[in-house]
Design a protein around this ligand. Structure first.
Ligand code: PLP
Length: 396
């Protein structure tokens, strides 16, 4: 075999969402796209804020020398300044522009961080259910993912995390609001996490970094706010993007923000900037940097997602599904009424509903529904959800 065995193995393992996509395409071809309830993809469907295209057009028309040239690998200083201001407001900790690195989305930023932190065999704790790409990003840079389950309501299980800490633990990735559970980790639980990590540092003699992956920070419901990780813990980095809050995931623009008191800050920044370069990103896209530099505080209309979340919660409870109402992001993660989530997702498909099994997020026994679809799709799916539940009940 000429192709990497490891990549072939990964390709098989990572196929849940792709599998749903393929099955979905088949069903759509057979029955017509309008007759399929496709909740499989977390691809924002609501338009970016109106000022985005105006800003983009204006900046694209500018004729400044070097506007398409390479720039410092960390990004334009002026853009980093504007992002630093936004981060300082959100985190309640003053962050200077030198602590910001512009990246190709949160995905690019996570790879930069992993490359910069990990020695071969270092462990990174991830919390199930998790964004499946973490496993690959950690492996990309020689690390070992250590999976720790969250509590019944998907909040942090501090004792389980404490038990998983070893002298090899280099970092823990937290994602709040969470994909796929919609959970937001409370200020109290972040303080407890910080305490557990400080204890581990005392015991093992090295810091454990918190990597806070926050692309859904602005997508929150019922007036909730996402607590600040920088307030809770100094050895922390925020990695995020504008993919979800400006609805522009295809533009690949995001950033890393480093806590001003993180251990070895200058060296960490230096190697992350180098990692941005040598991973082949070189720098985040120039035009999009300038756009988000002007639009950093802007956001899509979250109320659109809030309405869909309510509709989905109402329909699912009326049909007898058990779930924790999402506090943020745009997913619901109900319990599968059958022990096998894969079998139940098959039943959903027979009823023309596309969902992703919890197994794909390290949490069998659940399934994920993304509400990046028109309200009418959610509304019309009610009977199909009911039929799927009836079929499952007749099986147990
Ligand atoms: N982290 C989480 C939890 C996500 O759900 C996603 C995308 O869906 C990403 C990171 C990557 O986002 P992007 O690279 O588009 O910023």
């Amino acid at each position: 075999m000429t192709i990497s065995n490891k990549m072939i193995g990964f390709s098989k393992k990572s196929s849940w969402i792709r599998l749903m996509f393929e099955k979905g395409a088949k069903l759509k071809a057979e029955f017509g796209a309008e007759n399929i309830f496709d909740f499989s993809l977390g691809n924002p469907d609501i338009p970016p804020p109106a000022e985005l295209s105006a800003t983009l057009l204006r900046l694209a028309a500018e004729k400044n020398a070097g506007q398409h040239a390479y720039m410092p690998n960390a990004g334009y200083p002026k853009v980093r300044q504007s992002v630093a201001q936004k981060v300082s407001g959100e985190q309640g900790v003053e962050v200077g522009f030198e602590n910001i690195i512009m990246t190709c989305g949160a995905a690019g930023g996570l790879n930069v961080i992993m490359k910069s932190l990990l020695n071969p065999g270092d462990e990174v704790i991830i919390l199930a259910p998790y964004f499946v790409e973490y496993v690959f990003y950690i492996d990309n840079h020689g690390g070992v993912p250590v999976i720790v389950a969250t509590a019944e309501d998907f909040s942090l299980d501090i004792s389980a995390i404490s038990r998983a800490l070893t002298p090899k633990t280099k970092a823990i990735i937290v994602n709040s609001p969470n994909n796929p559970s919609g959970q937001i980790y409370s200020e109290k639980s972040l303080a407890q996490l910080a305490e557990a990590l400080k204890q581990a540092e005392k015991k093992f003699g090295a810091p454990v970094y918190i990597v806070s992956d926050e692309p859904y920070r602005k997508i929150v419901y019922d007036g909730l706010e996402v607590p600040s990780i920088f307030n809770a813990y100094a050895n922390s980095l925020v990695v995020t993007s504008f993919s979800k809050d400006l609805s522009i995931p295809g533009e690949r623009i995001g950033f890393i923000a480093v806590h001003p008191e993180v251990q070895d800050r200058l060296q960490l920044l230096e190697v992350m900037i180098l990692a941005n370069r040598i991973l082949g990103f070189v720098n985040a896209p120039a035009l999009m940097q300038r756009v988000v530099g002007e639009m950093a505080p802007a956001s899509i209309d979250i109320s659109v997602y809030a309405v869909r979340r309510q509709m989905f919660c109402d329909i699912l409870s009326q049909c007898g599904y058990e779930f924790v109402a999402p506090k943020g992001a745009f997913y619901v993660f109900p319990k599968s009424p059958l022990e096998s989530d894969v079998e139940f997702v098959d039943i959903l498909q027979q009823n023309k509903i596309l969902a992703v099994p919890g197994t794909g997020f390290g949490t069998p026994g659940y399934f994920r529904l993304a509400f990046c679809v028109e309200n009418s799709v959610i509304q019309r799916s009610s009977d199909a959800f009911r039929r799927a539940m009836d079929t499952a009940r007749n099986k147990v």
